[in-house]
Design a protein around this ligand. Structure first.
Ligand SMILES: Nc1nc2c(c(=O)[nH]1)N[C@H]1C(S)=C(S)[C@@H](COP(=O)(O)OP(=O)(O)OC[C@H]3O[C@@H](n4cnc5c(N)ncnc54)[C@H](O)[C@@H]3O)O[C@H]1N2
Ligand code: MOO
Length: 427
């Protein structure tokens, strides 16, 4: 007789994993390699940006008061006393009636408080120009600190480094960037039916797809996958492999063997290695067999062998703790609402996480369950944008109902109807 397992509610199970401390650690890496990594310290501007008043235009820097009264009939003339490009500083204070030819990005010379655009100045020769309109102090100046002031918090730690963050890191002189060390996540596939990816099919066998899928999930989350191969259904071999893998990695995932069958060894492995089980069944579908334990102070995830269940188990249980150990403040999948795009008549006592595509219809997000909705299905994972969360109960769900969705990719969103936009901006 197989011992009955008691399913733990999903939220409680997720919390149980999050309660296991997984300290985030940092390292310094070159800026050029930091894209996609996670910032390990708050980024605070240590100087004003820009750090000096500068010209936003090619033109002439003047004293605004000297232009008083200029109009079309009575242009005001200036003596052009020099020229500066960006990076060059005019060496002296500008006097009454003088102008400095200045290029975009150059520091405003001392004494000047306005810039006339080149197009609005009449140049008479290389050392004289006139203008037909008066300027006010501050006209056409990019002021020191207008972008950001020294001491302003700009990007919190735990943020993915994207091109905008890279621009800031470069602006503030981070040749080396403090980033979270990518936790090493070991992946072992179990099952005597598994073939390597390059092997031809044989009767009763399948290729190991879960290990590679999870390696990609680990990478997408920000961790470093460590593929540790596949194991036959042999308890001693599994125990040996899990035990030595745990020495090498920060957390370990196995796929397969988590259920109650004759060769489902996950419970035995945990027991034999003296692990502390957090749960061995979750009130969800797919992935009800998801088992998590702490062994030797490290998290051990026994995910289902069924591909869709394995996928969901990773996103719900592995992703958040991995993100927590990358300093993320909000480690869980982003949640929002959408309209159900297709009937889901199958009632279930457990919460269901249904793979679906996300489309936009008349300004609303519509989530459409796609493909075969079985936990053994592999095809419906590809192309899934979201997981629809359907609470357990005795009824099904109808098209048009409002449902919670979890976004599988941080940057998901509907694509712009680009041709329409281009058409509407034809000027
Ligand atoms: N009597 C019961 N049988 C089952 C129960 C149950 O409660 N009572 N639960 C079912 C549910 S739900 C799930 S989910 C599966 C979970 O099974 P395991 O985690 O033990 O996984 P396996 O039996 O090893 O494999 C399941 C399925 O997935 C295929 N598989 C395994 N590894 C991989 C891989 N690396 N890549 C691709 N596919 C893989 C495997 O061949 C099986 O077809 O148990 C149900 N049974
Ligand atoms: O755990 Mo199974 O995936 O519920 O279907």
């Amino acid at each position: 007789m197989v011992a009955k397992r008691k399913p733990m509610p999903v939220a409680e199970a997720v919390q149980a994993v999050m309660n296991v401390g997984n300290e985030a650690k940092k390292e310094a890496i070159p800026l050029a390699n930091s894209y996609g990594r996670v910032l390990a310290e708050d980024l605070v501007g240590d100087h004003d940006v820009p750090s000096f008043d500068r010209s936003p235009y090619d033109g002439f820097a003047i004293r605004a008061e000297d232009s008083t009264g200029a109009n079309r009939n009575r242009p005001v003339h200036f003596q052009v006393v020099g020229e500066i490009g960006a990076g060059t500083v005019f060496p002296r204070a500008v006097q009454a009636g003088e102008a400095v030819r200045i290029m975009t990005g150059a520091k405003i010379p001392a004494g000047c408080d306005a810039v006339v655009m080149l197009e609005l100045a009449d140049e008479h020769n290389s050392d004289e120009m006139s203008i037909k309109r008066a300027l006010s102090p501050g006209d056409n100046i990019s002021f020191q600190g207008e972008d950001t002031k020294k001491g302003t918090p700009l990007v919190p730690k735990g943020t993915s480094i994207d091109p905008g963050v890279i621009a800031l890191l470069a602006t503030f002189g981070y040749a080396e960037v403090p980033v979270a060390i990518r936790p090493r996540v070991g992946i072992i596939a179990t099952g005597s039916e598994l073939l390597e990816v390059h092997e031809p099919l044989e009767p009763g066998k399948i290729r190991n797809s879960n290990a590679y899928m999870m390696a990609a999930q680990v990478e997408r989350t920000g961790g470093e996958p460590v593929l540790l191969g596949k194991l036959p259904d042999d308890l001693d071999a599994c125990i040996e492999a899990v035990s030595s893998a745990l020495q090498e990695v920060d957390m370990l995932i196995t796929t397969g063997g988590a259920s109650v069958g004759d060769y489902d060894y996950v419970p035995d492995i945990i027991e034999r290695l003296g692990g502390n089980p957090l749960f061995n069944k979750v009130a969800m579908r797919p992935g009800s067999v998801t088992t998590v334990a702490e062994i030797d102070g490290k998290l051990f995830f026994g995910l289902s062998g069924n591909p869709s269940a394995c996928f969901v188990g990773f996103e719900l249980f592995v992703r958040p703790i991995l993100r927590r150990s990358l300093f993320f403040e909000k480690p869980h999948l982003k949640r929002t609402k959408a309209t159900l795009g297709k009937d889901y008549p199958k009632p279930n006592p457990f919460t269901r996480f249904v793979r679906a595509t996300l489309e936009e219809d008349d300004g609303r997000f519509v989530a459409k369950p796609g493909g075969l909705d079985k936990s053994g299905s592999v095809t419906s994972i590809a192309g899934a944008d979201v997981l629809i969360a359907l609470p357990g109960g005795s009824r099904g769900y109808e098209t048009g109902m409002s449902v919670d969705i979890f976004l599988l990719d941080d940057h998901k969103g509907s694509e712009w109807p680009w041709e329409n936009i281009v058409a509407s901006y034809k000027s």
